[in-house]
Design a protein around this ligand. Sequence first.
Ligand code: AMP
Ligand code: ZN
Length: 114
Amino acid sequence: MSDCLFCKMVSGEITPDTLYEDDDVLAFRDINPQAPTHVLVIPKQHIATLNDVDEIHAPLVGKMVRTAAAIARQEGFADAGYRTVMNCNADGGQTVFHIHLHLLGGRPMHWPPG
Ligand code: AMP
Ligand code: ZN
């Protein structure tokens, strides 16, 4: 997807502040952090929204979740706790249409979210 911001990060056209990368996923710091640590974990494959996640993507989404947990451990707040979020479409507040798992940590989170 040539016009997708996150695909441009995967291709190297845009260089994010990367924390982790392998053949399947990329994790980088959010440009507008909402917590002391705010990381986005994306699949390298373009999938527009959570509604487009199919059975075949289940291992990939599992890897995204495990990557977020590994980064939480690495950043030192795994035991204290953290939040992961995937926003979907307009009411969910999705602004970049390439799925991404937000990892927020380093402060207490509140519920319900806004
Ligand atoms: P969402 O609103 O759930 O689609 O999340 C999109 C996220 O991407 C927001 O938290 C933005 O701050 C973040 N974002 C947008 N542009 C960039 C960028 N160039 N580098 C890192 N994060 C970005
Ligand atoms: Zn994309």
